[in-house]
Unconditional design. Structure first.
Length: 350
């Protein structure tokens, strides 16, 4: 799926690093919000902005794979709401009810074996000095579940054979958009919030279409896809009725992913990295884009990876996943967000 270097440099009274200065144009008061985990990431805000939900690996959980946690931002207390075994990913708050969704493979009868195999592989990698390349596992037992904030009253929303995950609600909570390979290909689907009336949104076989989010105005879906080359992700947008699909990026040397909407449904924040040098380890950063003009602005400059950005409900803050020093496991960070100047001058009132 760290060290708070900027805060450290400021507390010691030292001069900020060059990348600190660059980031301060759009990010203020950067702070780390998760700490009691081996690693944590992909966080989202509750509708009132007082809680966050995310995936994390417990230090003494007996499971090397991510589980889902809800954390109170004021107290810092985190509570696991997923079953504790198997893999999980892509949690999201319902915008109107005290409910959440997340994807989990806990119904796989061989979850314990998979967990033991993962620990064994980590030991072998450590002895060999190998740092594994990140690769997502499209677990065929992954399904989308709905629960309350305590992880209770769990409902299985998808039970079709194959991978069902990467779900998120629309603004009124009536629909869920998600990724599934139920037809043999990783496509996007939209269903009612109760799991009924499933309809295919994309029709691009032999590639991955995932990471979807409804626009705030409910008319579009933003997502990522590797249409031209496997794993060479680019950004796309499509109308909720399946029409008007278009690519927002088209650069074979870069990888783009994790797009998330700004409130005006015209701008997005996303992750990108230059992959032109196959021998170099790419450094992912956050960027901002006007989807109509394609104008972009770079947001982060830290030496580590900055990925999976999201906005707070009032759009004044962003939260993202990062290993800011480039070495430590990822954790969640939060900062006040300063709009690019071109948007400030035309900032919507609603």
């Amino acid at each position: 799926m760290l060290q708070p270097i900027l805060l450290l440099s400021l507390s010691l009274g030292t001069d900020p690093l060059p990348w600190d200065k660059a980031e301060s144009e759009h990010l203020r008061n950067i702070k780390q919000v998760t700490k009691d985990f081996v690693r944590a990431g992909e966080g989202y805000f509750s509708p009132d902005g007082k809680k966050i939900i995310y995936q994390a690996e417990e230090k003494e959980g007996g499971n090397p794979f991510y589980q889902i946690f809800i954390q109170d931002l004021e107290t810092g207390k985190a509570t696991r709401i997923s079953p504790g075994n198997g893999r999980t990913t892509c949690a999201y708050f319902h915008p109107k009810k005290p409910r959440v969704i997340f994807a989990s493979s806990h119904l796989d009868p061989e979850t314990k074996k998979h967990q033991q195999d993962e620990y064994k592989q980590r030991e072998e990698d450590k002895k060999a000095g190998i740092r594994r390349k990140y690769q997502w596992d499209f677990d065929p037992y992954m399904d989308i579940f709905e629960t309350d904030f305590n992880g209770e009253n769990r409902i299985n929303l998808t039970n079709t054979k194959g991978y069902d995950a990467e779900g998120s609600y629309n603004a009124d909570g009536s629909k869920i958009v998600f990724c599934s390979n139920r037809d043999g290909h990783l496509q996007l689907y939209i269903m009612d919030a109760d799991g009924k009336n499933v309809k295919k949104l994309t029709n691009a076989p032999n590639c991955y279409n995932g990471g979807p989010f409804f626009s705030p105005d409910g008319t579009k879906v933003i997502f990522r896809s590797d249409r031209k080359e496997k794993d060479r992700l680019q950004l796309y947008v499509i109308n909720v009725d399946g029409t008007g699909e278009k690519a927002l990026t088209d650069n074979d040397k870069w990888i783009y992913w994790a797009p998330y909407w700004y409130k005006d449904s015209k701008h997005i924040i996303y992750t990108a990295a230059d992959h032109s040098d196959e021998k170099a380890r790419p450094n992912y950063d956050l960027y901002w884009m006007n989807i109509e003009t394609k104008e972009t602005t770079r947001i982060t400059y830290a030496p580590g990876s900055d990925v999976l950005p999201v906005f707070s409900p009032d759009y004044t803050k962003i939260m993202w996943t990062s290993n800011r020093d480039g070495r430590s496991p990822t954790q969640l960070y939060m900062a006040d967000f300063i709009l690019p100047k071109s948007v400030k001058n035309n900032s919507p009132t609603k």
